[in-house]
Ligand binder design. Structure first.
Ligand code: ZN
Length: 450
């Protein structure tokens, strides 16, 4: 079975590469980064467990967007890099994740809420009428959504709007209550969730030029905030702070996001109250590297490595910088260290290691390179860049058949089906009929064009 198609677009980011995935009906720019993925997963895992959901069934997806937003689509929790940057503490993000997990566990219909957010005109509500009626009919009135659908089908547009808003309100309150339960059972405070939601309920904050999508999809009437306040304060963990180690990882993530999205100026601005914070210095090192001053960036990252010799992500950045300096063998050593230090064995770091081995150019390294890249792909099958590295490594070996097959996969997961098929047809000519690789090519040839 072929997975969801990911439409690709190369980005300026080196560590965090941007691709575009079909999430919901529209596409969202996805950002990949081993460090941020690991941290957000650490935030979400206890909550997901407390909700009784299987951790492996839920994927965290980082969205490359500066505004504050988070949403779920049944099996995935999406969170904007803007939300991660704006949140001052892990607890603020954990609170939002708890609320979103409440929607997931409650089986709430995300599509309905999405459309509600956009329902500013009656025209949109009218289009909702059709959707609601169809769902209502198909599900036979079994679920909450279908009940809402039936209601719409039977009444006029104004009643429909009221109906939907009531439905949304009950889902939001249910998600709030669930979030409070998950936070209490994991011994965490709901203060961060309250801080975020209070910010969104503040009418004055609406005067900005851009409105955060989360605010639109999450109306925060006074009554809801008041309810939350009572529940949050009732917890014995209300005043409990995040551990210093977690806060530090959060600061480093913020420094990194600031550097990648707004350069040195954004790092300074985000850490103006605490310019010596390790997050600020990490962000400064990354911004220096992105700015093209790789030698200075290397000195800055080496200072941080001295402070935290076991941090895999400092080694990862070190590898990136060395690659930029065309020192592929040294870069490979840094990535190898990063991989050895990484408790999660991120596929992204493994693929970077393989890529650096390939770029170092020796025949021995080329074999090892293919092994590492393949191991990375095995646990990250929809990441186009991994196939791109593999295609390059095979081409360097002179194995054009396998290089074409890897290119076919790269194009496929970039959403370029037609290009993928051209490569797959070419690769198949050199493959033995019926072998696994031949079938792999055939799967792409058979894939439906969009
Ligand atoms: Zn919600």
């Amino acid at each position: 079975m072929r997975g969801a198609i990911v439409a690709g677009a190369a980005s300026a980011l080196c560590v965090a590469q941007t691709v575009s995935a079909t999430a919901q009906s529209s596409s969202v720019p996805i950002v990949r980064d081993a460090e941020i993925e690991a941290l957000v997963t650490d935030y979400a895992t206890p909550i997901i467990k407390a909700a009784g959901l299987s951790r492996n069934a839920i994927r965290i997806v980082l969205v490359n967007n500066n505004s504050f937003n988070a949403f779920v689509d049944g099996r995935r929790i999406f969170i904007n890099t803007g939300a991660l940057l704006q949140a001052q503490t892990p607890n603020e993000i954990i609170g939002v994740l708890a609320h979103e997990t409440g929607h997931l566990a409650g089986g709430h219909e995300f599509k309905l809420r999405e459309q509600l957010a956009a329902a500013k005109t009656m025209a949109v509500v009218t289009s909702l009428l059709g959707i609601g009626a169809v769902v209502g009919g198909a599900a036979g009135g079994a679920s909450g959504l279908s009940k809402a659908g039936m209601g719409i089908a039977m009444s006029g547009p104004e009643a429909a709007m009221r109906n939907l808003l009531n439905y949304q309100r009950s889902e939001e309150m249910a998600a709030d209550r669930s979030a409070i339960t998950y936070l209490a059972s994991t011994g965490q405070s709901a203060k961060g969730m309250l801080t975020t939601f209070e910010r969104f309920s503040n009418a004055l904050a609406l005067t900005g030029t851009s409105v955060d999508p989360y605010r639109i999809s999450h109306p925060m009437p006074r009554e809801r905030i008041a309810n939350l306040e009572v529940l949050a304060h009732a917890s014995p963990y209300y005043d409990k702070l995040d551990s210093p180690a977690l806060q530090q990882r959060h600061d480093m993530m913020r420094g990194k996001i600031a550097a990648y999205t707004g350069g040195g100026a954004s790092v300074l601005q985000n850490f103006r109250k605490d310019p010596r914070n390790i997050g600020a210095r990490y962000g400064d090192a990354i911004a220096t590297y992105l700015n093209g001053s790789s030698q200075s960036a290397l000195s800055k990252i080496d200072v941080l490595i001295k402070e935290q010799p076991k941090n895999p992500y400092f080694q990862e950045i070190r590898g990136e910088i060395l690659l930029k300096q065309n020192k592929a063998s040294d870069a490979a050593k840094a990535f190898q260290k990063a991989n050895a230090l990484d408790p999660r064995k991120s596929s992204l770091i493994r693929m970077s290691y393989g890529r650096a081995l390939m770029l170092s150019g020796t025949p021995d390294n080329l074999n090892a390179s293919i092994k590492e890249i393949k191991a990375g792909i095995a646990s990250d099958r929809e990441y186009p860049s991994g196939y791109g590295y593999l295609a390059q490594a095979y081409a360097q070996m002179g194995d054009m058949v396998r290089s074409d097959l890897a290119s076919a996969e790269q194009k496929y997961y970039s959403g370029k089906i037609q290009d993928a098929q051209i490569f797959a047809i070419r690769a198949q000519r050199g493959l033995k009929n019926g072998t696994p690789e031949w079938i792999q090519a055939q799967d792409i040839i058979n894939a439906k064009r969009k």
